[in-house]
Design a protein. Structure first.
Length: 257
C-alpha cells in the first residue's frame, strides 16, 4: 500500500441499510481509508461479517443486539497485517485489535462512549489498552464529549461542563497519546457533529495516537459525510518520523473536583 497509512474514524449513525453500507464504504474508499474505525453500526454479529466486501479484506467488531451501539475496525484487503489479540466489549462500545503492521506492533481501538459522561467507561478502556506495552496505539471514535467545551462547541458550553473533558484527557495522559488533528492544526477549531435537536456543533470525534507515533503523522482532515450527522476523521501517517515531538502538558481540568 505504499509508504503511507490512512486511518479513518466515523460514527455511521446506523449501518443497517445495505444501500447506506455501500455508500459509506464507497466514500471511505474515496478518502483512501486503509484502516477504518466505525461506531454505531447497529449490526448483529452476522450482519457485521457481511461488511467484508468491496475494499474490506478483514474486520473485527463488537456487536450489541443489532439495534444500537456496535463498533468495528475494517482493514483494506491490500494491507498486510498479522493479528495478535482482540478485545471485544460485550456492551458493543469498544473493540481493540492488536497485531503487527509494517513490521511494528500496533493497536487499533474503535470506541463509542456513552451519551452521558462516564468516568468508569474511559477508565476501563485505558486499563485494557495498558495491557499492550510496547505497541503503537491508535484510538479513534465518538467520545461524545469535547476536549475543551469552550472552544470545541458552537455555541460554547458553560464552564461547569469542562469536567467532562476529563475523558479525553484521561486517555491522552494515561496512555501518553496525542490528539492528531489538534496537534496538526494548533490554531484551528472544527466541529465533527451537528445536533439538529439542539442546533449545536461540537467536536466529539477523535483520532489519538501514541506520542512516539506522532512523528509519522503527515496530515489530518475532517471530511463532511452526507449519510451521517458525524464527519469522517482522517489521519495519514508515513513510515518514518518527520516531526518534532509534541511537548506534554497537564490539562488544568484534571485538577477539578
Amino acid at each position: 500500500m505504499g509508504d503511507k497509512l490512512v486511518v479513518t474514524s466515523l460514527n455511521v449513525a446506523g449501518f443497517v441499510s445495505p444501500v447506506k453500507q455501500t455508500r459509506v464504504l464507497q466514500q471511505l474508499r474515496w478518502v483512501g481509508a486503509q484502516v477504518a474505525l466505525l461506531q454505531e453500526t447497529h449490526l448483529s454479529h452476522v450482519e457485521h461479517l457481511k461488511l467484508c466486501r468491496d475494499w474490506v479484506g478483514a474486520l473485527v467488531f463488537a456487536a450489541f443486539g443489532g439495534h444500537s451501539r456496535g463498533v468495528a475496525v475494517l482493514f483494506h484487503k491490500a494491507l498486510a497485517h498479522t493479528i495478535h489479540r482482540t478485545i471485544i466489549d460485550p456492551e458493543g462500545r469498544y473493540v481493540i485489535w492488536a497485531g503487527e503492521l509494517s513490521g511494528q506492533k500496533t493497536v487499533f481501538c474503535s470506541l463509542y462512549a456513552p451519551n452521558n459522561y462516564s468516568q468508569s467507561f474511559f477508565s476501563s478502556v485505558v486499563a485494557e489498552l495498558l495491557t499492550f506495552p510496547g505497541y503503537n496505539l491508535v484510538v479513534g471514535g465518538d467520545f461524545n464529549i469535547t476536549n475543551d467545551p469552550l472552544v470545541d462547541c458552537r455555541p460554547p458550553r458553560p464552564a461547569p461542563r469542562l469536567a467532562a473533558s476529563r475523558g479525553v484527557q484521561l486517555v491522552l495522559s494515561e496512555l501518553d497519546m496525542v490528539d492528531a488533528w489538534c496537534a496538526l492544526h494548533p490554531t484551528e477549531s472544527e466541529s465533527t457533529h451537528f445536533s439538529q435537536v439542539h442546533n449545536t456543533y461540537a467536536h466529539l470525534d477523535y483520532l489519538l495516537v501514541s506520542r512516539s507515533l506522532f512523528g509519522r503523522c503527515r496530515e489530518s482532515d475532517i471530511v463532511d459525510h452526507p449519510h451521517s450527522d458525524h464527519s469522517i476523521m482522517s489521519l495519514t501517517m508515513g513510515t518514518v518520523d518527520r516531526r518534532e515531538p509534541v511537548p506534554w502538558h497537564m490539562n488544568p481540568t484534571l485538577y477539578l473536583d
